[in-house]
Design a protein around this ligand. Structure first.
Ligand code: PSV
Ligand code: MN
Ligand code: MN
Length: 424
């Protein structure tokens, strides 16, 4: 199904008066509002192809129905999101969960929906049916060169597919590590991984980047070979200028100061991209901003400050992606909520009075520093985000319109109730 312009217009019309009132108030309070709106319009967040179906845990999965059954249907779903919020103009694929066959047809379908292909994700954490050697004991770190080579070849194949689709980045997340002390020689595992990454790096086209994603634990529970930002930065630095660290918000040990990590990676020119999600315990993959909205704001505060200091374009300088999973929500509603939360945090960070904060920091005026940050965080910026969406043809209230148009019911009647999205 596709959402038509007249349906968005009809929905918007009903909400115009109330919106105008809230927006004029927000605009009167913020001198920078037009500048902020221009930035919001450019800012696009990539939707992961694997988040379009209901996720699950090892205890079970409860399908919501109408899930995409093919790459084409995944692109259509992201198209629906983008139509509604005008901020989801990209899709991130996971190979081989997504199997692009006719590249030109896939590309033109994406273009039809106003989407581009964000970072390509390789998968050497699962064995595939037709695979010769097993990744049970790791992939790029494996003691057997044969297994390493198989994983290297897969990554090179993913780059090739990405080139055909017009992507320009590869994200490598490795489940490699060990479950028990003594299982692994840490140094050899690191060196094997580095050598393998070097072969993948050598296959990157000129304008491409490789993102090395880290994760503290899971599926391995004793050590992870790319376990934290220090290890990722070590690989990225040794690999060269096309290699960067990717920060997935759920991949840290509890209470890690992610905003400080982000700030220093940016300073070093090694922050490549993000996987947004939220969590309370581990890699929970919950809706962005649903648990710790202040943390999300503080991260954006560092991003805006750091990117401005280095003259990096907010919209294009880094890879902005969601990495989430939904066990009890409609995945498309969840993704709309995530994008909204990201846009809100970004807007609040743009509103921080940076000059005043610099002065307060120089004067060690700790109270003032907190006041300045929290003043921005406590500003209700929803009307500003909505205004940006309206100016680009999006819906005033995306979730409300999604429900009003019975999108899920339509998808279920087209695709069926018992669907298994590929890859999940
Ligand atoms: C691993 O937990 C991860 O965050 C990586 O980005 C994977 O590619 C993704 O989740 C998909 O499961
Ligand atoms: Mn991730
Ligand atoms: Mn994860």
């Amino acid at each position: 199904m596709e959402i038509e312009k007249y349906q968005i217009d009809a929905h918007n019309e009903k909400l115009t008066a109330a919106h105008q009132q809230r927006f004029s108030f927000a605009a009167s309070e913020n001198a920078k509002v037009e500048e902020v709106i221009t930035k919001l319009i450019k800012f696009q967040i990539a939707i992961p192809s694997w988040a379009l179906g209901t996720g699950g845990t090892r205890f079970g999965r409860f399908s919501g129905g109408g899930e995409p059954r093919s790459l084409e249907e995944k692109i259509e779903d992201v198209g629906l999101l983008h139509k509604l919020n005008q901020s989801s103009g990209a899709i991130s694929l996971h190979i081989p969960w997504d199997i692009p066959t006719d590249y030109d047809a896939i590309k033109s379908l994406a273009t039809h929906h106003g989407l581009r292909f964000d970072a390509m994700n390789s998968n050497t954490f699962q064995d595939q049916a037709d695979q010769k050697l097993s990744y049970k004991f790791g992939s790029l770190q494996h003691v057997d060169k044969g297994v390493r080579q198989q994983a290297i070849d897969h990554n090179i194949e993913v780059i090739r597919q990405g080139v055909a689709l017009g992507s320009d980045a590869l994200t490598v997340w490795l489940a490699d590590g060990s479950c028990f002390p003594g299982q692994l020689n840490f140094r050899k595992a690191f060196q094997n991984t580095l050598e393998s990454l070097e072969e993948i790096y050598a296959a990157l086209p000129d304008a491409w980047k490789v993102f090395v994603e880290y994760k503290a634990f899971e599926p391995n529970f004793y050590s992870t070979t790319v376990g934290d930002w220090g290890q990722s930065l070590l690989y990225a630095s040794k690999l060269g200028p096309k290699a960067y660290t990717l920060v997935d918000l759920g991949h840290h040990l509890p209470n890690a100061n992610i905003e400080q990590i982000v700030s220093l990676l940016l300073m070093e020119g090694k922050l490549g991209g993000f996987h947004f999600n939220d969590s309370k315990y581990g890699d929970d993959d919950l809706t962005a901003g649903s648990m710790k909205p202040y943390q999300l704001f503080l991260i954006f505060n560092e991003l805006v400050e750091g990117m401005d200091a280095k003259g990096i374009d907010h919209a294009t300088g880094l890879g902005w992606m969601i990495d989430a999973s939904h066990n009890v929500k409609d995945p498309l509603e969840d993704l709309l909520q995530s994008v909204e939360a990201i846009m809100i945090s970004y807007t609040q960070a743009l509103l921080v009075d940076r000059e005043a904060l610099n002065i307060a920091q120089q004067e060690n005026d700790v109270v003032r520093c907190q006041e300045i940050l929290q003043d921005a965080f406590r500003t209700d910026v929803r009307a500003i985000v909505q205004e940006a969406r309206l100016r680009t043809g999006g819906a005033a209230q995306p979730v409300q319109l999604y429900r009003g148009l019975k999108v899920r019911e339509n998808l279920i009647s087209n695709r069926g109730l018992k669907t298994v999205a590929t890859g999940l």
